[in-house]
Write a protein that binds this ligand. Structure first.
Ligand code: HEM
Length: 401
């Protein structure tokens, strides 16, 4: 009996060792690493109850409790959150290529932005070509220099509006004034369009980007609930169609106008090329190393509005807010500016910026404390190790900046 008892204990030991070995193999078979920690979750909603409307802040609270690399489940949507600069550096240096994937856009299955411009384009020939085009032509130093006048005029218009309101003792909504300025600036630099009047194309673009953002939010929430995702597209179908049609009509009209003007072969126009001119030239170039379609051009233009308007406007507003609450720093910035531009009332030029290191530091610190794009999404293209954890292929990783 005793021998039988010993034999059973022996079998249990062997069995549990095999089970434990198998369980650990699930995590370590490839990398000998475990998945990152995960806070307690609820059935169905997963970790949604841990999040507030300020996603970045919620991630920050969670990471201070559970560590700089988290695994979360929002309904049916799984993701990882990186919240430390050392892991972010590792992600964008050692594992740059592994994390160069982009998660599928919520618009991918709809007509709106079905093609990517650059922001949501996955790593590959398309993204590499657009990146090269941005660096060498579209957003390169030469093109930025050429459009200096546009930014200067928009700045002067902004100051005139502010002075006018001050004379009338009217309140100023500084956020919307800044957004109007950056939006008009981008609109003129990108497609030389009208910026005032009833049919302002700049206003239309801003309205379209705002509607697209609202739709993206709704579709994202629907996507978190897996099978309900299709319902989200169905409920928002009309709005999607409407935004998609308006976006397409507006950009197609502007493209046609550019093409007509190019046909007239105006010398002055060829000198003063805007980004749309450059993109259409690449579109027509038979020898181009990558063929861009009209939809790619439209998506790229919308990308510029998404990437360049709210970001810049928010950054400027935050710099003003921080200077207002730090008078000593404000005075130091004023002194530095006066030492460079004098007290004659001349405006700061872009060429003065290199002589204003303290102002540059203030802007950089503000961007660090209030990043206009607080969350950068990426998708892992292969299994990899981040810190001491294992990130499986095709995982969505949010970088909480
Ligand atoms: C304060 C202002 C801005 C901030 C803080 C900012 C920040 C960023 C960041 C962090 C990224 C990287 C996103 C990622 O890799 O996922 C990015 C990408 C990009 N930004 Fe900006 N940006 C600003 C203004 C602008 C402006 C004015 C433009 C153009 C008019 C612009 C065009 C782009 C483009 C085209 C990309 C995509 C590049 C790529 O996919 O490789 N940004 N921006």
């Amino acid at each position: 009996m005793e021998i039988l008892y010993c034999f059973i204990v022996f079998l249990v030991c062997i069995f549990s060792t095999i089970v434990l070995k198998y369980m650990s193999m699930k995590f370590t078979s490839k990398t000998h690493l475990f998945l990152p920690p995960s806070p307690p979750s609820l059935p169905l909603i997963g970790h949604l109850h841990h999040l507030s409307s300020d996603l970045s802040k919620s991630f920050c609270t969670l990471s201070s409790k559970y560590g700089p690399l988290l695994r979360l489940r929002l309904g049916f949507y799984n993701l990882f959150v990186v919240s430390s600069s050392s892991l972010a550096t590792e992600m964008f240096t050692t594992h740059d290529l592994a994390f160069s994937g982009k998660p599928k856009s919520v618009f991918e299955d709809s007509g709106l932005f079905a093609e990517s411009g650059i922001i949501m384009a996955p790593y590959g020939d398309h993204w590499k070509f657009m990146k090269k085009l941005c660096v060498t032509q579209l957003l390169g130093a030469q093109q930025i220099q050429k459009t200096k006048r546009v930014r200067r005029e928009e700045l002067e218009q902004l100051l005139r509006r502010l002075v006018d309101k001050a004379h009338k003792k009217e309140l100023v909504d500084i956020s919307s004034e800044m957004l109007r300025t950056t939006n008009n600036g981008i609109c003129r630099m990108v497609m030389s369009t009208r910026c005032s009047g009833e049919d302002s194309e700049a206003e239309m673009c801003r309205d379209l980007v705002k509607s697209a953002f609202e739709l993206a939010g709704k579709l994202m929430i629907a996507k978190m609930f897996g099978p309900l995702s299709k319902l989200g597209y169905w409920v928002n179908g009309k709005k999607l169609e409407d935004v998609s049609r308006r976006c397409n009509d507006l950009l197609e009209r502007i493209m046609n106008e550019h093409e007509q003007r190019a046909k007239r072969n105006d010398d002055h126009e060829t000198q003063d090329k805007d980004l749309m001119n450059i993109l259409l030239q690449v579109y027509k170039d038979e020898r181009s190393e990558f063929k861009i379609s009209r939809s790619i051009i439209k998506a790229f233009i919308m990308d510029l509005f998404i990437a360049g308007t709210t970001t810049s406007a928010d950054a400027i507003v935050w710099v003003m807010v921080e200077l207002k609450s730090h008078p000593k720093i404000f005075n130091k910035v004023r002194e530095e500016i006066e030492s460079v531009v004098g007290k004659s009332g001349r405006l700061v030029e872009e060429s003065d910026i290199s002589k204003l290191p303290y102002l540059q530091a203030v802007v950089k610190e503000t961007l660090r404390v209030h990043p206009p794009g607080p969350i950068l999404p990426r998708q892992s293209r292969e299994d990899c190790r981040l810190g001491n954890f294992y990130i499986p292929q095709n995982s969505v990783v949010f970088l909480n900046s």
